[in-house]
Ligand binder design. Structure first.
Ligand code: ZN
Length: 164
């Protein structure tokens, strides 16, 4: 295992759409292990492959805060979303030390494959539901501040040159 460099701020790769994974091979296994290690090292609770420069539909999410156990999800897709929303402070390893209050669905069901190619369905609420939505957005080139209300986004753009 080895740590991977996290792409940050204006790196154009963060805006690209990731490709579906058709074959779960040794390279994908290694990528998943490296990403899990990188996420832990950076104290994150989620990481998407484009954040380490790989445009493939793979995310890592922490599922146990105590043991810091994480899982890799391949080709994850939100198949159900609660109508109920929640607002919570969110950060991103690609935008260190920047936090926003983001409104997202309170609960989601995600369908994906695990690293062995088995179909899995994850039902989540709270922080895990939020992390899943955040990481799946990365696979579509969507960043967390894109989820801010439009006025806040305009203000952010005005200040953007200073920060990112
Ligand atoms: Zn992120």
């Amino acid at each position: 295992m080895s740590l991977r460099e996290i792409k940050k701020f204006k790196d154009p790769i963060l805006r690209k759409k990731s490709k579906k994974i058709w074959r779960i091979d040794e390279e994908i296994h290694r990528l998943a292990l490296d990403m899990a290690e990188t996420m832990k090292e950076k104290q994150g609770v989620g990481l998407a492959a484009p954040q380490v420069g790989i445009l493939k539909r793979l995310i890592i999410v922490e599922i146990d805060y105590k043991t810091r156990k994480s899982v890799a999800l391949i080709n994850p897709k939100v198949i159900k979303k609660s109508r109920e929303k929640s607002v919570y402070t969110e950060g991103c390893l690609s935008f260190p030390e920047i936090f926003f209050e983001i409104k997202r669905a309170k609960a989601v069901t995600v369908r994906a494959q695990d690293v062995s190619g088995n179909k899995v369905e994850v039902k989540a609420e709270g922080l895990l539901a939020r992390t899943l939505q955040h990481e799946i957005d990365h696979l579509n080139g969507i960043l967390f501040f894109d989820r801010l209300p439009i006025l806040k986004r305009i203000k952010l753009r005005l200040n953007a040159e200073k920060s990112f």
